[in-house]
Design a protein around this ligand. Structure first.
Ligand code: ATP
Length: 246
């Protein structure tokens, strides 16, 4: 990871906010994502992590304030499908696969949407290979494991030209063995130079895959730094203990 890491800022987030009526879910959040790095985002439930991904991807809503630049281009006012086509991709916490279609057909749909025309089959096979799903290409997506479904959602997000991949709690619902396998996939993707931002409650996964980490609390960035430093920070420990107490 570190060897391929650049200093170039690929995604720049400046004072981004979002309110729902009088409730501020995301407050003046500022951070950078560098090319080819894995940035982890953690924080207690309700901290605003998923809302932040919504604002970055424009799905299903945009920021009410602040600036977001993808590779030097302002995107905070663009519709979700345009942001997607510019190469900012995301996965969701909930399953987003079509259970009646095969694994290949699911990947093909994503490829057809984002590429269309020629090369759709090749692109679908390419993303299945990247995510280790080729052997399951003909399986019905509703029948595959939770881990395989998560990989399939990642595969769908990887078609075409990807600048930044946002993963929203990819390890949710996985046992320790599958969490390990998911971490390996993130490492493999990262080793090809892919830039990844991953929200995760499984802190051991972030410790393993993230080059840097952000911890959010109550809509704000509490701490940013290397995972080992962030996870040892007393403010972070307190934020998590606060969540665990009644
Ligand atoms: N569309 C919405 N309308 C109203 N409130 C919302 C909306 N989306 C999010 N919120 C509120 O914003 C806050 C932050 O939610 P968010 O889902 O971003 O937290 P999170 O850090 O991702 O939590 P978790 O780890 O549980 O997924 C919550 O209090 C939530 O209820």
């Amino acid at each position: 990871m570190t060897m391929t890491m650049h200093d170039r800022v690929l995604l720049s987030v400046r004072e981004v906010s979002r309110s729902f009526d009088s409730y501020q879910a995301v407050r003046q959040v500022t951070f950078d994502v560098h090319e080819a790095e894995v940035l982890g985002i953690a924080g207690p439930n309700g901290a605003g992590k998923s809302t932040l991904f919504n604002l970055l991807s424009g799905v299903p809503f945009s920021a009410s304030g602040g600036q977001i630049e993808l590779d030097g281009r302002r995107i905070e006012r663009l519709a979700g499908h345009r942001i997607c086509r510019l190469g900012l991709r995301r996965t969701f916490q909930a399953d987003q696969v079509f259970p009646e279609l095969t694994v290949y057909e699911n990947a093909r749909l994503a490829a057809a949407y984002l590429r269309g025309g020629r090369g759709v089959r090749r692109e679908a096979m390419k993303v299945l290979e990247r995510t280790g799903l080729l052997a399951l290409a003909d399986a019905r997506a509703g029948d595959i494991s939770v881990l395989a479904k998560k990989k399939l959602m990642i595969a769908g997000a990887l078609v075409g030209d990807v600048q930044v991949l946002l993963l929203d709690e990819p390890a949710g619902g996985l046992d320790a063995h599958d969490q390990d396998e998911l971490a390996s996939l993130i490492e493999t993707l990262s080793s090809t130079g892919l830039t990844i931002v991953v929200i995760e409650h499984v802190l051991s996964l972030l410790r393993r895959v993230a080059d840097r980490m952000i911890v959010m609390v109550a809509g704000e960035v509490l701490v940013t730094g290397r995972p080992e430093d962030v996870l040892a920070d007393s403010r972070v420990v307190e934020a998590y203990l606060g969540e665990a107490s009644p």
